[in-house]
Design a binder for this molecule. Structure first.
Ligand code: FUL
Ligand code: CA
Length: 691
């Protein structure tokens, strides 16, 4: 009875609203309910784990002995606990990477945990992880690579059915899956052929089993790759994308488009930024001291979550089957910092006024802008595309972070906005930006003011804004940076005001009692430098920064470059910010020959590719490396092969030889570009390993 009465009142209210309150017409492509929920997750964990963990590779060949997969203490609950404490909302695991190895005992493969040593072949990583996620209240997602370097059927039409059976097995066997991560990579299989993927078939298997799953790929349909593996979305970032005529992989839109989306794009395909907490996607003991610093993680956070993108942060599990303490410690520091930063929303105390308001619509109110609730909003009349929001404070506040949110169920609308603050009787502009989307966070210097004004300068349709928030983040103790010049002089720099830098050269962790850095010092023969920044008389310390240096290139000389010889020196100037690049007219192969000025025992070499900020091109994926005693007779290569995943993740490559070789001359030949259409080869730094 009471229920009915309530229902009737509700209905009547609904009718009244419908009459008196002109609704806001949705604009453009819209998110589904599943996409809205997904967007609110913001931050979750990626886990790369498999045979590569045991072989120190990024891309396994698929011919690895499955017996090598043998984690000694695998504990998926530790992964889930870590993710939970880190404030992440889910875990996505590489159920099958390019090597084809299945982390569950698949019926459709003979290269799985069943064939491994782990738990005598009775284990199932997906079973353990999906249960652990459930226990810790996390969502569970799977990465499955259609590219399979193991499966004998790969490269034949039959494989599409095999892959969809495999998918079906995963998506029907482990409970709800919130995201299906499809890697677009399409390389050769064991028979040397590539596969023509049947995407419509794969998608139908996903939706049949998991109707609410978000499908990730270069072109969605659920969410899209952000165009790089650095975790950086575009400052302008539309959640809409033109997808017609595009496919994941080779036929994907340009990475620059993926990075910012398409204004008025045909479909709602929001960005997901994927990045690893270490240089590579898979665990390697060699990167234990290369876990990203707090400062780097913050850059990533503000460039992803702060730019209308979700953040998928990879935390690779180690050979024990555990998340390494270096990674989990950093994740906890990061969580603490984010919690502190976003604890007190200063806008809650503001009086909010707006220049325009949608009339006769009680759902819309200026108050909703600062109520801390992203489901309530303010909007202008249909024909008003420019409007201002002012937050006024009874007493001056100091802030340095501004959060803006659009109410995305009605579409993404804002094209341009500025932020102004009241100072000495006038408004001063402190930011001029473009898109907002689900969430935009601006980092500003510390500003003390009684009034903050946001001017929406342009929008696709009447702006619908759900939140304006202000925060004050504390200053972060900056991370020291170690660099060495060509002559071997080491400098340590740190941005934050006057930290004391203490360092060690014996591999131990620096304390306030370790030598204090005051001026550059010589380390021409290399060594391990560890540095830590201290403030407050040593009471506060930053993280340890390690640099493992080999012999400095003081005596080195380029004796031959196939092109642009005059710039070849940049490849051996100990400065990764400068690079040698062969001309655009030139053709592969390309090469550099270097005289080391002395005969040395060489254990390997390093190649730092040109970074995107040097300009496009020059990254190569296939190489041959030679060593010679006279610089004339080179013989057979000491090492040749490919740099895995270097196109998308162009980090420094370290190649160790099978056995050490003596010589005075080295020769690096670039055999194939990472990007088929690129004819030039570049080297930011070429280095050697003498240990
Ligand atoms: C890429 C892969 O090739 C990498 O190995 C890694 O899995 C990354 C997340 O996606 O396409
Ligand atoms: Ca350089």
């Amino acid at each position: 009875m009471r229920k009915t009465a309530l229902l009737i009142t509700g209905l009547m209210a609904g009718l009244l609203t419908a009459k008196a309150q002109p609704g806001i017409k949705p604009y453009g492509a819209l998110p589904s309910k599943a996409q809205q929920n997904w967007q609110e997750m913001e931050y979750y964990m990626f886990i790369h784990f498999g045979p590569n963990t045991f072989t120190d590779r990024e891309w396994g060949h698929g011919d690895e002995d499955p017996q090598i997969f043998n984690p000694t203490q695998l504990d998926a609950r530790q992964w889930a606990r870590t993710a939970k404490l880190a404030g992440m909302k889910a875990i996505i695991i590489t159920a099958k990477h390019h090597d084809g190895f299945c982390l569950w005992p698949s019926k459709y493969s003979t290269h799985t945990v069943r064939e491994s040593k782990w738990k005598d072949g009775k284990g199932d990583v997906l079973r353990e992880l999906s249960a652990a996620c459930k226990e810790y209240g996390l969502k569970f997602g799977v990465y499955l690579s259609p590219w399979d370097r193991n499966h004998p059927a790969y490269g034949t039409p039959e494989y599409n059915q095999v892959f969809s059976n495999t998918l079906n097995e995963v998506l029907s066997g482990y409970g709800p899956v919130f995201e299906q991560w499809f890697d677009g990579a399409n390389g050769e299989g064991p028979n040397g052929r590539k596969q023509v993927y049947d995407w419509p078939l794969f998608h139908s298997v996903v939706y049949r089993n998991q109707p609410n799953a978000i499908i990730f790929s270069d072109v969605g349909p659920g969410c899209r790759w952000v165009g790089n593996e650095n975790g950086f979305a575009g400052a302008t970032n539309w959640s809409t994308l033109n997808v017609k005529g595009f496919e994941p992989g080779k036929n994907a839109p340009a990475t620059t488009i993926l990075n910012r989306g398409d204004e008025d794009g045909e479909q709602w395909v929001p960005a997901e930024s994927d990045v690893s907490i270490r240089p590579g996607w898979f665990y390697s003991a060699a990167t234990d001291d290369k876990v990203k610093s707090l400062a780097q993680l913050l850059e990533i956070y503000y460039a992803s979550v702060g730019r209308n993108s979700n953040l998928l942060l990879n935390v690779p599990v180690d050979r024990r089957g555990l998340i390494h303490a270096n990674d989990s410690t950093r994740l906890m520091e990061f969580r603490r910092l984010l919690n502190e930063t976003f604890k007190t929303n200063l806008a809650r105390n503001a009086k909010v006024t707006v220049t325009n308001i949608r009339k006769n619509n009680t759902a819309v109110s200026a108050k909703h802008l600062a109520d801390g609730n992203a489901k309530t909003y303010w909007a202008t009349p249909d024909d008003v595309l420019q409007a201002g929001i002012t937050l006024s404070f009874p007493k001056a506040v100091t802030f340095n972070r501004l959060v803006l949110q659009e109410y995305i169920p009605l579409g993404q609308r804002v094209k341009a906005f500025t932020v102004e603050v009241w100072e000495n009787g006038a408004f001063r502009e402190v930011a001029s930006e473009t898109t907002v989307g689900y969430k935009r966070i601006l980092r500003l210097p510390n500003i003390t003011t009684t009034r903050v004004r946001i001017n929406i300068k342009d929008a696709k349709a009447c702006p619908v804004i759900s939140e304006v928030q202000l925060y004050k983040a504390s200053d972060l103790l900056a991370t020291p940076e170690i660099s060495r010049n060509r002559e071997g002089l080491v400098s340590i720099r740190c941005a934050s005001p006057d930290p004391e830098l203490h360092y060690t050269l014996d591999g131990s962790e620096p304390t306030i009692a370790s030598p204090k850095y005051t001026a550059p010092f010589a380390l021409p023969r290399g060594g391990v430098i560890k540095v830590k920044a201290f403030i407050n008389k040593g009471k506060t310390a930053g993280p340890v920064v390690t640099s493992d240096l080999d012999i400095a290139p003081a005596k080195w000389k380029v004796i031959y470059a196939d092109d642009k010889q005059e710039q070849a020196d940049r490849a051996i100037d100990e400065n990764p910010g400068s690079s040698w690049l062969s001309g655009a007219q030139s053709k592969y192969p390309h090469e550099l020959q270097v005289d080391l000025g002395e005969s040395l025992q060489l254990h390997g070499f390093t190649y730092t590719p040109r970074q995107a900020d040097h300009g496009p091109g020059g990254v190569f994926s296939k190489y041959a490396f030679y060593v010679s005693t006279d610089g004339k007779n080179w013989g057979e290569p000491v090492s040749s092969g490919s740099f895995d995943n270097i196109k998308n993740n162009p980090v420094k490559q370290t190649i160790r030889f099978q056995a050490p070789v003596n010589g005075r001359y080295i020769r690096l030949v670039a055999l194939e570009p990472a990007d088929e259409s690129d004819s030039s080869a570049g080297v930011a730094e070429l280095g050697i390993l003498t240990k």
